[in-house]
Every structure is written in structure tokens, then in C-alpha cells.
Ligand binder design. Sequence first.
Ligand SMILES: *[C@@H]1O[C@H](CO)[C@@H](O)[C@H](O)[C@H]1NC(C)=O
Ligand SMILES: *[C@@H]1O[C@H](CO)[C@@H](O)[C@H](O)[C@H]1NC(C)=O
Ligand SMILES: *[C@@H]1O[C@H](CO)[C@@H](O)[C@H](O)[C@H]1NC(C)=O
Length: 328
Amino acid sequence: MIAPTGPVLSSNSAVPITQFHPTITQEALEEKVIIIVGGANGIGESLVELCCQNGAYVCIGDIDTPRGAPLSLRCCEKWPVYSDPNLPPKPPRSTFQAVDITDYHAVLNLFDFAFKTYNRIDHVVVTAGSMEPKENWFDCTLSLQDIRTPPSTKDLDINLTGSLYVVRVASVYLRHNRGPGVDRSIILFSCAAGFKETPGVSVYQAAKHGIQGLMRSLRPYFCSPYKHNLRINTICPWMTQTHPAVTKKLCDRWEEEGLPISSALQVAQVTAGVLVDDTLNGTSMYVEGGRAWEMEANITRLEPQWLGEAPSKTLTRGQKVLEDVWAA
Ligand SMILES: *[C@@H]1O[C@H](CO)[C@@H](O)[C@H](O)[C@H]1NC(C)=O
Ligand SMILES: *[C@@H]1O[C@H](CO)[C@@H](O)[C@H](O)[C@H]1NC(C)=O
Ligand SMILES: *[C@@H]1O[C@H](CO)[C@@H](O)[C@H](O)[C@H]1NC(C)=O
């Protein structure tokens, strides 16, 4: 059973780290086996290339076969794996598996496939794609007639339920074929909408808050060396160039205002930086104009200030009781 978030210091950075500067070295990624869900496009695609370039093996899981399959072939050609002829042949630099993450069995198939190919899985990244502000569930012009038609739950199914499926399967697979002291982790993609109100995309926003909540609920539990011994972190990119919701009109206005925008590669670099930094667990990196800030440490540390000293103390005591009772 999963324990509720207790009074455990939820982020391990008690000291604010202000800006996070990713350091990606070949040695940190060399020979790591990484599943990148949603790796066919945008930030995911940049991350696939960055990891392959630094010697990792990447299994791309994506619904977009026309882009994902050729990407994996390109990576194999560009960064071939050299095998010693006297040893068993090494697996390919990159592989592709078509997956619809709203289908639990398809998620299982992806992990079965990656494990069969590489014999272990070190890290799992779920890169969130897009938000399509198409249907507004809460449009103020909706009539009594309009609400007879049930709205689409696609955003929730893909961005929340799908991530939950991946994390569940990953939490078991990542424990297999693991040597002592080997670092293993999960990174989920939230968004600025994971903590900040964003107009017109209520359901997407609920899903992204859900991702943040999922990470928070799992971080004290996953990181325990007696349980999963896994790190779990989120990336919260703000405006990013490849975002499908970024229209020409929005782009022009953004530029006019002199607002920062990240490239997919910059967000991928932050992600890879979190992936290889085994001191980071339970953190969230807000990415703006290519720069990253860790948010969770201050939220935890400053609770007595934003919630008030007394309620914060009582809350801590009560959460401790919940933890004792539920986790027992
Ligand atoms: C993760 O953070 C917790 C504190 O929340 C800390 O006790 C633990 O050692 C950290 N784990 C790793 C693997 O860094
Ligand atoms: C956290 O709080 C400290 C002190 O209030 C501040 O200097 C820092 O910029 C804040 N943000 C981050 C990401 O650490
Ligand atoms: C999140 O939901 C949107 C809308 O349904 C979808 O286009 C996008 O691909 C989803 N994200 C992921 C990671 O699948």
C-alpha cells in the first residue's frame, strides 16, 4: 500500500538551489538504458538524440510510428554501438515500440519489449506532448442542452491515466537486474500549468496538477532504500518552441513582449541533467527561456510562511499520524 506523503522532508534539497545548471557527461549516460515515452516529437525527440549521442541506449515508445520509427533508425546510424567480436553482440543504440499509453497492456508491452532487448531498464521519462485548447469543458456559453453531451476525457486519459500506468509498470521493472548502488529514476513531465492557472485548458491543467501530485505522493515512498529505492522528479517547462499550441500569432506577441522561450533542446538538457544527478529526488524543475529553477525545496521550506506557523506545525503532526497509521 502506498503511504500518504508524510512529514518526511519531501525534497532532498533543504538549501534552495536557486538555479539548476545541468551537467551532462558521457560517463553518466554511457550504457544506460532509458525508455522515453513520447520520444518521437519535440522535447522527447531532442532528449532521445541527446541520450544516444552520450552513449545511452534508448527505447522510444510513442503513438507516432511515422516519426518514431525513423528517429530510432537515424540514432542507430549516427551513433552506432561497437561490439567486441569475442563477446555477445550488443543491443541497438535505439529501438522503437508503438504505444498508446491509455492502453495498459500496450504500456506493459513496451516495458516487456525494452527489457527483452536490453536486459534491464535504468531510467524512464514520460515527456508530455501537447495541449490542444479545443474543447472548453467550462465554456460560459454552454446551455442546458449542450451539457447533455458528455465531454471528452482524452486529455485526462493520455496525460494523467497514461502516466500513472507507465509509473506503475516502471516501478516494478526498474527494480529488476539492478546491481548494488545502481541509480534508477523516473521523470514525469508536468508544465507551468502544473502549478499556475492557465486560461482555457482546465482539463489539461487538472491532469498536470495530477502529475505534480503523483510525484509528491510517491517521492517519500519511492526513494526509501527499503522499498523501491527510486528517484522521481518532474520537469515543468513553460513556453517552449516546439509546443503544438504555439501558434504564429502567439509567437509574434511573445516576441513583441520580449518574453523568454525555451528550445526543445534546452528543456531536453535540463531533463538529462536531472536524469544523471543522483542527488535529485522529489524535485520539480521549472524551465523558462532555457533556464531551470527547482521549486519544491522552497515550497516545503517556506510552508510556515505561506500557510502560517501554527497551521503548518499542526499539519506536520497530523500527517505524521496518518503516515504511522496508513503505512503501518
Ligand atoms: C531522496 O530524498 C530523501 C529525503 O526526502 C533522502 O533521505 C534520500 O536519501 C534521497 N535519496 C536519494 C537516492 O538521493
Ligand atoms: C527560494 O527562496 C530563496 C530565499 O527566499 C530565494 O533566494 C530563491 O531564489 C528561491 N528560489 C529558488 C528556486 O531557490
Ligand atoms: C496530452 O493530451 C493532449 C490532448 O489530448 C495530447 O495531444 C498529448 O499528446 C497528451 N500528452 C501525452 C504525453 O500524450
